[in-house]
Design a binder for this molecule. Sequence first.
Ligand code: DGT
Ligand code: CA
Ligand code: CA
Ligand code: ZN
Length: 586
Amino acid sequence: MTRARHPPSNTEVANALREMSLFLEMDGVPFKPRAYEKAALAVEALDRPLAEIEAKQGLKGVDALPAVGKGIAERIVELLHTGRMRDLERLREATPIDVSGLTAVEGLGPKTAKILYEELGIRDVRALEKACREGRVRALPHCGEKTEQNILRGIAFLAGVGSRRPLGAVLPLAREIEGRLHEIAGVEQAAVAGSVRRRKETIGDLDFLVAARDPGKVAQAFASMPDVTHVYARGATKTLVRLANGMDADLRVVPAASFGAALLYFTGSKAHNVALRRIAQLEGLKLNEYGLFRDARRLAGRSEEEVYRALGLPFVPPELREDTGEIEAARAGRLPGLIEHGELRGDLQIQTDWTDGAASIEAMALAAKALGLEYIAITDHTRDLAMARGCDEAKLLEQAEAIRKLNRRLRGFRVFSGAEVNIREDGSLDVADEALAQLEVVGAAIHARFRQSKTQMTRRVLRAMENPHVDILFHPTARLIGRREAVALDVDAVIAAAKRTGTVLEIDAMPDRLDLRDEYVRKAVSAGVKLAIDSDAHDPSHLAYADEFGVAVARRGWARKVDVVNALPATRCLAQLKDARGRRRR
Ligand code: DGT
Ligand code: CA
Ligand code: CA
Ligand code: ZN
């Protein structure tokens, strides 16, 4: 077999697997769609190119990956070698539609996509939009005007997301490029700046900063990185390129004496910079990307700390630099001591192969332990989520028993029993109270019926929070970044209810969720509500999200270690949840 000249990247392989999954689901094939979906997730989570794994260890190496079985491994190898996956091509020929694009529209599944193709000849989102506008979709069975409106709303949402990317899709690449900058000869310092450094949830473009004596050489090396597909501009201090993922990246090169001032400037936000410059002006100073100056004399510029100090301020963590009160807090010496990366001791939302996760309870526990965690809660999906093979009461209690047995074998690690129960339309739960009472960690979440009015939705969520057995509200607003808007929810009322009932609010750290988002976290923290920062892992590789993205969101929300229940040791974390249950029962 001849090897494809450029073996497909992990993203391309994952996309192909996901497309397979969609086509198989379209045809009503049982189980296989989930298997392909899980494999796609696992491939995306790899930290090495699949092509490299395959080159070194062949089919065996691919087969050995978590969530990748023999059949899928063979298809991956075929794709790596030939650039094609014949099964996928056959499916595409049978139903020649843009299944990925169509199903990206919220609420539109592959089966509906097939009907739209067969009945109306719709192959892509543009044709779908046209058909909805012309009122042709309502003629189909089970469809109405409301269906058309929902589809149009979904399409508009996708368009509005524009070219900003979720942080999770960008941060690994930013780190990789930063690493390469460090390796260029003559580079003294290199850093990621901009919104990535501030850990904003979506990123417009990437900004890099380097201190070096020979800017030309650095610009040359940057512009010839393998990820670069186009060079817009290459100047003495500024280079602007387009990357293979379609994003733009900026590079500035400055002398070491200006590195701190430039890092401050290019980290932003713009609003924070403007506020700092105003403070400088009040002191008769001038602040720019080269330093803090009194007339021509540079007072500071080598490090950010130096610049802040010269302005009479403590260092402001990048996550806070949005001019939303951090400058005033810094001046008053009242900046919060933010939770640090590495301070989480447990993870309270984890799915396993009992439902839609990829790995066993034990595998998840061992992976968490390897990351330095001390405990996890197993919170598999419950009954109403049929597609995730949700657990009923009997299965949950059977699982709790399996967890008790496992705990007897594990040393220095604790697994809590639990569940992620569904909050039904009326706020009741899909698992009986008697069963919930026997679980150690109960999270409740919305997984369906997303489109209730704000009043209804708020009442629904509040009712679930009043349930004495619900410890945590998981991914409270149910948004999916770039795909599904947050539900209409009175977040202030939810925060007040959390305070009253002792219900913990979650920061779900899945990169496409980041839910609660930063501004709500800040409200919750100032109301004295406790948070849980969870990975929502469906695969061992997802466990790192809690520290990587969850802690970042918490920091952007001004959260301290004391605000986070899973920064506590296992027994104290559990005691805190139990206390709250007692409070609600009274
Ligand atoms: P993004 O790329 O939209 O996710 O957001 P940022 O914050 O990365 O913005 P970007 O890439 O336009 O600029 C990077 C930083 O450079 C920004 O955070 C602050 C700084 N900056 C850019 N333009 C200006 C400006 O006109 N004035 C000031 N003071 N700072 C600027
Ligand atoms: Ca940027
Ligand atoms: Ca930029
Ligand atoms: Zn969930």
